[in-house]
Design a protein around this ligand. Structure first.
Ligand SMILES: [Zn+2]
Length: 304
């Protein structure tokens, strides 16, 4: 399973539309509330060691939140309701107020590998939802302020009645292979020598297979066939769903789109295996296990 997948909460989606039930959970001392500050989860754990998300009973963190701050229902952990609360209004909640001295806020992407998998998936859900609320305070149809309903899974415009739902943006990420090699590229923003699977957003009116074919040809000039689904990964930066695929390259020379890529190259299987084993190889590194690209390369390199 890839990081950010495997959320163990029961999302209990039918409960979200019952404001009385939600309000009762937020009065129940057994309920768990996870504070998130500027999209950073609150965590407890040793410095540089494993982390666990911090949870508190309702009432403890609420003094840190603005009155209209997003409070989103994440689901049920057995019978206990779990919420995430945006406490970004607080100035310095690590050092002053009810959370002082109890833990730290960590940027999720940098700290992701330090959380257990099921906690990481829940934190990704919380971050993606709160981030969406922070960026969608106004109706795109009429410009009026919208309000949070359904415990965070909908925003409603009181002026024109439009409903707005949390976004998930599909991205294809694919490993094109030919013989004993796979195609990897280095984005313009990547650290030098970091090569990854090619990727791009699916456009309106496009299938997954069509997006894979288009992106590989646009970015690297390589025609492909036989697109095969691998797995998906929720990627809450801010709200993508990475759709991992394999494909067969039909040949031809690499011709990169310099607006997108700094370089692209064929990576042979023995070198991929060496990189996956942690060996240093001059001129190339591959993404760490937090990224689905790592798992695409691993599945291919170990697959035959
Ligand atoms: Zn409106």
């Amino acid at each position: 399973m890839v990081p950010f997948a495997g959320n163990s909460l029961d999302r209990a989606s039918r409960r979200r539309t019952d404001p009385d039930w939600i309000a009762a959970q937020l009065r129940d001392a057994c309920t768990l509330v996870h504070p998130m500050w500027k999209l950073q989860p609150f965590a407890v754990g040793e410095e540089d060691g494993p982390l666990q998300p911090g949870f508190f009973a309702p009432g403890l963190c609420e003094t840190l939140a603005a009155p209209d701050a997003p409070c989103v229902f994440l689901g049920l952990d057995r019978e206990r309701a779990v919420f995430a609360l945006d406490v970004s209004a607080a100035d310095d909640p690590e050092n002053t107020g009810p959370l002082a001295g109890l833990g730290h806020f960590h940027e999720l992407r940098a700290a992701a590998a330090r959380y257990p998998d099921s906690d990481l998936a829940m934190l990704g859900q919380a971050k993606a939802l709160i981030d969406w609320h922070q960026r969608h305070g106004f109706c795109p149809r009429c410009g009026s302020a919208t309000r949070l309903v359904d415990a965070g899974y909908r925003r409603l415009c009181p002026n024109c009645g439009a409903e707005h739902f949390p976004r998930t943006d599909p991205v294809v990420i694919m490993l094109a292979t030919r013989g004993d090699c796979c195609l990897v590229g280095r984005g313009q923003q990547f650290p030098s020598v970091m090569y990854s699977a090619l990727a791009g957003f699916i456009e309106p009116g496009e299938t997954i297979e069509e997006a894979v074919r288009r992106e590989v040809f646009e970015e690297a000039g390589i025609r492909i066939s036989n697109v095969r689904y691998f797995t998906t990964q929720p990627w809450p930066f801010p709200s993508s769903l990475m759709i991992g695929c394999f494909a067969e390259a039909l040949g031809g020379d690499i011709r990169i789109d310099e607006a997108e890529l700094a370089d692209a190259r064929w990576l042979d299987r023995p070198t991929a295996r060496a990189l996956l084993a942690g060996e240093q190889v001059e001129g190339i590194r591959i993404p760490p296990p937090i990224a689905i690209a790592h798992h695409l390369i691993k599945a291919w390199a170990e697959g035959g």
